[in-house]
Design a protein around this ligand. Sequence first.
Ligand code: HEM
Length: 515
Amino acid sequence: MEVSTNPWIWILMILLLFVAYWYLGGPRNLPPGSAGIPILGYLPFLDQFSYKTFKILGQKYGNVFHLYLGSRLVIVLNDYFSIHEAFIKNSDTFSGRPSDNVFKESTTNNLGLTANDGEYWKQHRRFILNYFKNNGYGKLNLEPIILVEKPFCNVINLHGITFLLQDEIDHFIKELKNHVGKSFNIKPLLMHTAGNNICILATGKRFDYNSPEFRLLISTIFSPKLVPFASLNSFFPWLVQLPWSDKILKREKTKKYFDRVNNAVAGVIRSVKHEYVSGQEGNYIHAFMTENHKRKQVNEADDFFSDLSLLHMSRSLILAGIETTSSTLLYCLLYMTLYPEVQKNVQNEIDRVIGHERQPSYDDRMQMIYTEATILEIFRKSCVVPLSIPHRCRKTITIGGHVIPQDVMVIPNIWAIHHDPRLWGDPHTFRPERFIDRGRRIILSEYILPFSLGKRACVGEPLARMEIFLCFVSLLQHFTFVPPIGEELHLESYPGLTIRPKCENICAVLREYPF
Ligand code: HEM
């Protein structure tokens, strides 16, 4: 037999082999799904709001399906029951994070909470959740309890976290009063307040909006648009091997960005580190330092709570908490502007339960059924982290009768749950009343998952829920929000990992008292 010397035949054969490998070379017994086209996988067919495409694909492939995004195999969980089976019933198995270039390159050895999934992550997660629990985050009537229980009184323990959040809201309202009656881009102010609430957690105090540390922090965090390059890095991990990968992946720019963020976070840490007195636990940074000392006494080699860890942990909280909370608050105001009758109902409830002479407290929500229902409906509709953060399946397991291979990336489509007509009937209608039982009680739905669920669910949830309630209620106590003259408001968002409203201009009108 003669071997062909025609190079085109060889090129064609290699191409055919590559295509055959692309379609047949992956793991067997995957859930239904699509490999898309060679090299790019299903990426070219995804809408820029990929959660919407996933929802449609769920109708074709079922609620557990696979896709290749670039060369990366991804399993999408597209309904409540599959996500619950994975993240609650098999929470350990699904608590991994993809061991990803993106995480590795943005942190030092995967330090911080979001990227890590080993013993280090477990211990830090437990530590911060305990810190929240012991310091009144998310609880009612805490101030007196804290006062009695805590030997090392500092600002938080004396007055309770509610007091500090209220103080921040006071400053926010004062600032907003400078802009009443005109079109005002409220997003930066919302980011300032969300940023300060995390600083309160970290340092036990708020920062003046004009203080150098705070200005640096806020201005640094959201400057560059690096998400497209992070996605390239994640879905085409082999790009890293190419000689010009640094340029394609903008690695230099990414590195500089994270250096700047580290520098800004270090400034916040420095501002309280020097005030530390041995044994103090009154803010997260001091509690962290005390934990480090305790551990060192037992085992000098234990460096889980090192200075570098403190930097990365604080950074995790700041990066995960500011954009999410400020976007949710912005959606609160946009929905009120677009649904004035809902705004009126919330204000009537505020007037009845709180009045205008005192500040709202977190306890008030027990009597504010309509307001609570409105916030739940905003959580449902806005769903600012629609695909959560990707998980990794730590061992091969069966979900919904489908085999999920070890180490595969798992994406839960939370947006699909929030918009599932089988759960909500009319998912696209904004209707707070769906959460009220015969006008008297809140219907707590397990299908509302803005913070995800299971072992990896958002650690900042207790703080986020408190600040959203207190800020939303305080704002509607003082102002009515209306569309700025000549501007059309809508609820559309930018594409990205988080849903960020495009409309940032709003008009606040001061409410008249007495009402
Ligand atoms: C409305 C506001 C917020 C929303 C909707 C939100 C949502 C989420 C979601 C969906 C996740 C991913 C969970 C998963 O992997 O399954 C997450 C993770 C996380 N969030 Fe939030 N979040 C909010 C506010 C905050 C705040 C205020 C903080 C900090 C104080 C914070 C800190 C974190 C951290 C550190 C993680 C990573 C947890 C881990 O990997 O173990 N978040 N958040």
